[in-house]
Design a protein around this ligand. Structure first.
Ligand code: ADP
Ligand code: MG
Length: 743
């Protein structure tokens, strides 16, 4: 196929898109064609408390609720009855298969389906599901990334039911599968997944936070857990464009493509009215998510053209993490039904905003109190201050690890670019809290043993902070937003378990350090309030460098951060190196997040993943430039040359004189562009070749980050020049202006 006819598919695509209609979903309406209420179908595909109450004896129901709500150990005696109830419900719903559904280290979820099928003595098929099938499975795990863990210890991996996350049914056009949220561990109990470390971090944080609550005389809270509301950003483009872009298909982002004449500069997309076809898509996706019990609350257009966002009502962190996996899966599968392609990559299009996953995070106790909510009484505010400075300590002390937790090849293109938080981790508190901390630091409290004096200090103003969103700083990677923190640097495509696990563990560590300090001061005779305030004051002073209220996008911040000694880990290799330090290992083992072996293996899995991601981009780029960009450029060159030739021939025949100089010049210029592509392609391939020969993964990763990716970016520049110059009718790849604006 010549380029010209290949380019024809691009125009056919545009025609096809013009014919698209809005997809309707009959199941969302009732018999009278009225839209059903969300509460009519919310959670209908989950084994929730209502179903449990109906199917379990009261004793079993209570025990299971204890397990779910309080994280108590599952009582093996009830497992049989629970399995029976789960099976009954699943069969009623029409499920034929079940699976343990888990988060391996691939960044996706994994599932291996088993039929509820057994053959009895007479050869008849019967449906069966036992307690042990509910509780544990042994998938053939040898092909999951383990960073050498399984080859070191043994070959088997087990999945085990995590009752704290609801069982659900996944529907596909030809069948339904019961999904049992699970953790994935090795025979010796080493975590092979992303969920186990999250659960461990929650346990550690719970213990430390409860101790602080006890110090403050709280006798009722039984548990403290992190709450999480992840805002999910994404792009949607028409599916037919997607299929014509090998880079989007293989790498999730465009590797070539010139910027459109109109991008996001008019700022007309953010919160703009949602196009009918996109809104219909969102509504169907939400419908599916509601049925799965996922409380999606908001939807809107984001800053870049064709960029969108949805956010759920916050939930306990481990449930929120599972739910975010389902959000990504459902967004993807529903997109297909609407002839759309979902792009979760952090930077699918150069030059416009990338996507992130703002993780709204706080701590809640079992009485329902938000521990990062300023209180009504001075005593409550004192406690609030402890949790607030604990967060500052956590982020300051472990900023390198938090950066490592969000390090992916995709995020490297986003952090520090177009309206994304930079790679430097800092915390934004807002004017009023900063005021209060400044006052505490200035020692205005030094003679303030009583609660009244705390009020004098201005702490009583705190509740107004909660309602004041005026000084929100959108540029900060970690911002306080009234009663929670928003960790904004998290990549849009990633499992959130890891960054949140690191944050939880760092918070637990900080709380335990604060507790020790308070106790020491008390043992020296200070009254409790004074001991707390003094501890808070010390923490305010020691964590000062992590606080930044200014514009994180400004170049001066980079210089300022360096002066403050804050790490600026620009790319994945240096970010991940943070995980391999002895100090990091000590932190991992102390908090129980990872064992020493797990820490090493995670580091390797992540680094290898980076290398693989880059390799895929490298191969895709080579291939696209050789087989699509250059042939299209040759076609254009040929057209130019032929046009000059035929004009010259015509001039001769007609005996006229034509000035073909400017056209010859145009040809010459275009030939230079082709020469540039050839030259930079050769350099890029040479760098890629050198990188591939490096012995260690570390060296390969470094070479990719330092040499290969820059060479690829430079190659892209000339390819984009070719696109801007070549005849539109000859260009086979859908252009930015089409992908981003036609749907
Ligand atoms: P914005 O885009 O303005 O930051 P959104 O409404 O899109 O705000 O998202 C806010 C998110 O924060 C929601 O998911 C919300 O449920 C969540 N959130 C609110 N309170 C808490 C909390 N205490 N802990 C965790 N997340 C919370
Ligand atoms: Mg947002």
């Amino acid at each position: 196929m010549s380029c010209a006819s290949f380019a024809q598919s691009r125009f056919s695509a545009i025609e096809e898109i013009h014919r698209r209609t809005v997809r309707l979903v009959p199941a969302m309406t009732d018999g009278d064609n009225r839209l059903r209420k969300i509460s009519d179908y919310f959670g209908e595909s989950t084994f929730d408390a209502k179903v449990m109450r109906g199917k379990l004896s009261r004793g079993t129901f209570n025990k299971l609720q204890q397990t779910i709500r309080r994280g108590a150990k599952l009582d093996n005696d009830i497992a049989g009855e629970v399995a029976q109830a789960v099976k009954e419900w699943a069969l009623e719903k029409g499920a034929t298969h079940f699976c343990h559904w888990f988060q391996p280290q691939t960044g996706l979820t994994a599932e291996k389906h088993d039929a509820f099928l057994t053959i009895d003595n007479e050869g008849q098929a019967i449906e069966r599901f036992s307690a042990s099938q509910l509780i544990q499975a042994e998938p053939d795990a040898s092909s999951f990334p383990s960073g050498g863990m399984r080859s070191t210890f043994e070959a088997r991996g087990y999945t085990a039911w995590d009752p704290s996350s609801p069982i659900f049914i996944m529907e596909h056009p030809n069948g339904k599968t019961l999904c049992i949220p699970s953790v994935f561990i090795s025979y010796h109990g080493h975590a092979l997944d992303k969920k186990t470390p999250l659960l461990r971090s929650m346990e550690y944080l719970n213990k430390q936070a409860l101790e602080i609550l006890k110090m403050f005389g709280n006798a009722t809270a039984e548990r403290v857990y992190p709450t999480l509301g992840p805002e999910q950003e994404y792009f949607l483009i028409d599916r037919v464009f997607y299929t014509l872009r090998p880079d989007l298909v293989a790498a999730g982002r465009t590797l070539v493509g010139s910027r459109p004449p109109k991008g996001q500069e008019l700022e007309d997309h953010y919160f703009g009215s949602i196009k009918a076809r996109i809104l219909a898509y969102m509504q169907e996706a939400e419908y599916e998510l509601y049925r799965l019990g996922i409380p999606i609350k908001t939807r809107h257009n984001e800053v870049a053209p064709s960029q969108y966002e949805c956010a759920p009502i916050f939930e306990e962190a481990n449930v929120a993490s599972d739910h975010n996996q389902l959000v990504m899966e459902v967004l993807r599968s529903v997109a297909r039904r609407h002839n759309l392609a979902l792009l979760l990559h952090e930077k699918p299009f150069a030059g416009v905003n990338g996507s992130g996953k703002h993780n709204n995070w706080s701590l809640m106790d079992s009485d329902g109190t938000n521990l990062l909510e300023p209180g009504k009484t001075p005593q409550q505010n004192l406690q609030f201050l402890v949790f607030l400075v604990a967060t500052l300590k956590a982020v300051y002390k472990r900023s390198g690890l938090l950066r490592a937790a969000i390090a992916t090849s995709g995020n490297d293109h986003r952090l520090g670019a177009n309206e994304a938080p930079p790679a430097i981790i800092s915390v934004f508190l807002g004017e009023q809290l900063t005021h209060i901390l400044d006052a505490i630091e200035a020692g205005k409290d030094s003679s303030l043993p009583t609660e009244e004096r705390v009020i004098n200090l201005g702490v009583s103003k705190l509740p107004t902070v909660a309602r004041d969103y005026t000084d929100r700083n959108r540029t900060s990677p970690f911002a306080f937003t009234g009663n929670k923190f928003e960790f904004r640097a998290v990549p849009s495509s990633s499992v959130i378990s890891t960054p949140i696990a690191y944050l939880n563990a760092a918070m637990g560590e900080a709380l335990s350090e604060l507790k020790t300090s308070i106790e020491q001061k008390k043992s020296k005779g200070l009254p409790f309030d004074k001991a707390v305030l003094e501890t808070v004051r010390e923490a305010v002073i020691s964590t000062k460098p992590i606080r930044f209220e200014g514009n994180n996008y400004a170049p001066e911040w980079t210089a300022e951060a360096e002066k403050r000694g804050l790490p600026n880990l620009k790319r994945v290799p240096e970010a991940l190196a943070q995980m391999a330090t002895p100090e990091a290992k000590a932190f991992f083992t102390k908090t129980g997040l990872y064992t020493a072996e797990e820490a090493t293996s995670r580091y390797h899995v992540k680094l290898e993943r980076y290398v693989k991601d880059c390799d895929i981009e490298v191969e895709t780029m080579k291939n696209m430039v050789r087989t699509i960009v250059l042939p299209a450029a040759y076609d254009h060159q040929k057209a130019l040359a032929r046009s000059i030739q035929s004009a010259a021939a015509a001039a001769e025949t007609c005996k006229i004189s034509l000035d073909l100089g400017p056209q010859a010049k145009e040809l010459e210029e275009f030939v230079k562009i082709i020469a540039g592509i050839k030259e930079r392609l050769a350099k890029f391939e040479a760098e890629a070749g050198t990188a591939a020969k490096k012995e260690s993964v570390e060296d390969r990763a470094r070479a990719l980050a330092d040499k290969v990716l820059p060479a690829m970016a430079s190659l892209r520049e000339v390819c984009d020049q070719a696109e801007e110059t070549a005849a539109d009718g000859l260009w086979p790849l859908p252009k930015y202006r089409e992908m981003l604006f036609l749907s």
